[in-house]
Design a protein around this ligand. Structure first.
Ligand code: SF4
Length: 232
């Protein structure tokens, strides 16, 4: 199966009872501003071309963001910032992502999450992270021929990615590299193919952007570096 199949199949997953309950409960209750929305309320697949050389990895969908709109990082302040930065760098055809099927297209970049369903308080449990890991592991197996550069948006993505990338065929050094904004490690391919460049970036959440921990300039700079490393 290719990524198109994976993206479709994952939307039917119900493996985590707490998250299934939460994603459906938020869709029933809704938020006042979104009463006329028919929430997606299912797992969120990755978004972007199947042959992307650059992959961005977040955390999990927001209850009233992607869980409402059906597209990763869409419908919340984190996503507004991320898509605007991608558009600024020429990697998205528009600055604004509204909902799945709105015509937005990414060029050379794919965005995905280690946990595909919205968790309460944006915090998946360790068990939920582990239950969801096979989805992103399979995604990286399929992206393996083209991916050259990966950006982990936050420590959760970084920690989840290291074993995933190792299993997909790149060697992760020991001791394991630590996450930080601007952290960069080159992972050699065990089959002698091209290495993978892994970058750490603070998550684009309002908690980081409102406090000035992550600025638009810092985000653009890091994405530009990762895009160049991917040959974009
Ligand atoms: Fe399935 Fe992942 Fe959603 Fe759990 S978080 S129900 S494993 S898609």
């Amino acid at each position: 199966p290719d990524l198109t199949v994976l993206d479709r199949v994952v939307t039917g997953c119900r493996a985590c009872p707490r998250l299934v309950e939460w994603r459906e409960e938020t869709a029933r209750v809704k938020r006042r501003a979104y009463l006329d929305w028919d929430y997606w309320a299912r797992p969120i697949p990755g978004f972007g071309p199947q042959d992307a050389p650059l992959v961005l990895v977040g955390l999990a969908p927001a209850a009233h963001g992607a869980n409402r709109t059906g597209r990763i990082f869409t419908g919340d302040p984190s996503g507004d910032l991320l898509y605007a930065a991608l558009h600024h760098l020429g990697l998205a055809n528009r600055a604004l992502s509204v909902r799945h099927g709105d015509g937005l297209a990414l060029d050379g970049v794919r965005i995905t999450d280690p946990v595909r369903c919205a968790p309460p308080d944006n915090k998946p449990s360790t068990a939920e992270r582990d239950t969801c890991r096979p989805w992103i592991a399979r995604e990286f197996e399929l992206l393996r021929p083209t991916v050259r550069s990966v950006v982990a948006l936050g420590g959760f993505a970084w920690q989840t990615l290291l074993p995933v990338l190792d299993a997909a065929g790149w060697t992760v050094p020991r001791p394991r590299p630590r996450f930080g904004h601007g952290a960069h490690v080159t992972l050699p391919a065990r089959d002698g193919g091209p290495p993978l460049e892994l970058y750490g970036c603070y998550h684009v959440s309002p908690r980081n952007t409102n406090t000035g921990r992550l600025s638009t300039v810092m985000l653009r700079e890091l994405l530009r570096t990762a895009a160049r490393a991917a040959g974009l």
